[in-house]
Design a protein around this ligand. Sequence first.
Ligand SMILES: Cc1ncc(COP(=O)(O)O)c(C=O)c1O
Length: 375
Amino acid sequence: MQLFDVYPLYDVTPVSAQGIVVTDDKGTEYLDFYGGHAVISIGHSHPHYVKRITDQLNKIGFYSNSVKNPLQEEVATKLGQLSGCEDYNLFMCNSGAEANENALKLASFHTGKSRVIAFTNGFHGRTSAAVAATDNRKINAPINLQQKVTFLPFNDLQAFQSEIEKGDVCAVIIETIQGVGGLDEPSTEFYQEVASLCKAHKTVLIADEVQCGFGRSGKFFAFQHHGIRPDIISVAKGMGNGFPVGGILIHEDIKASHGLLGTTFGGNHLACAATLAVLEVIGSEKLVENAARLEEYFKALAKEVPQIKRVKGRGLMLGLEFDFEVADLRKSLIHNQKLFTGGAKDKHVLRVLPALNITETHLDTFFKALIAELS
Ligand SMILES: Cc1ncc(COP(=O)(O)O)c(C=O)c1O
């Protein structure tokens, strides 16, 4: 059997990793400023993470959601405390798409309505409703296009108001900082108006924090930069530091009933151990604060590079905009400088998404390498 060939691959084969360093099968070391699509939050193979998952596996790795699993309650308590979202309830699943799928479905159950408002250039995953709310026709099959989704640009309040006033919208889904799209974000004024119009029209506001959540933006959740409270918050990626886990935080105004949502693997013992390890390290190493501090340092260094037109994003979810397409630059950073970075739908943006416990020295190395490739 061969692999179903859907991924264009760089010719690198990582076999081990520690912290921000990834080592390939030839022994070459790479600095990871991409974290495998913003997944690595506390660094590769963090000792506390490895120990917690190993200890858990030696006890019990999995049992279904038909029996009690106190680890899920521990995750909910710790996540509530660290994020300041104690008035939400947690449903655990396995990925970002699944988190958004459940969020959209729950919004529809809760309101009895079915149209979704999503935003231009947004990405919410590849499952049925999540992909329909993703602004990319190429990854929507005819079966997905049955969903009713209206795409609007950020910051056009008039357009938003006239759509939501029609009264048939179950959910507004918004990436607080767009990842795949290229680090654009709504203004605080727009986001606050969206939140209050959602309330007025009994529409569920979903903050997709799959990429920008779990400390990456310099606050635990990126919507906290805007002083709003979504009804549902979707999380994944950094939540498991590589272990496949996702979830939705559901405001306690939305009530649960048995059988409403469900999953075989979601919230299994290993996923909980991984998430707890991540939360413990984010707390003990003050990684949210570190991400906020390093944003300033990064932006100061970027000012010294004349080819950079603009720095986008927050915390350690950053994008460098150039007036040329960055595909070749990314390749030369990998092959000449041994450094991983990310691209975006906006081909002029180089994405930088390192682990949240990097230091100033790592950023010095990053800019030295970038300048070497630009000159
Ligand atoms: C904002 C956002 N939402 C959802 C997803 C989908 O997550 P997953 O690939 O885990 O299904 C992604 C993945 O890139 C994402 O960036």
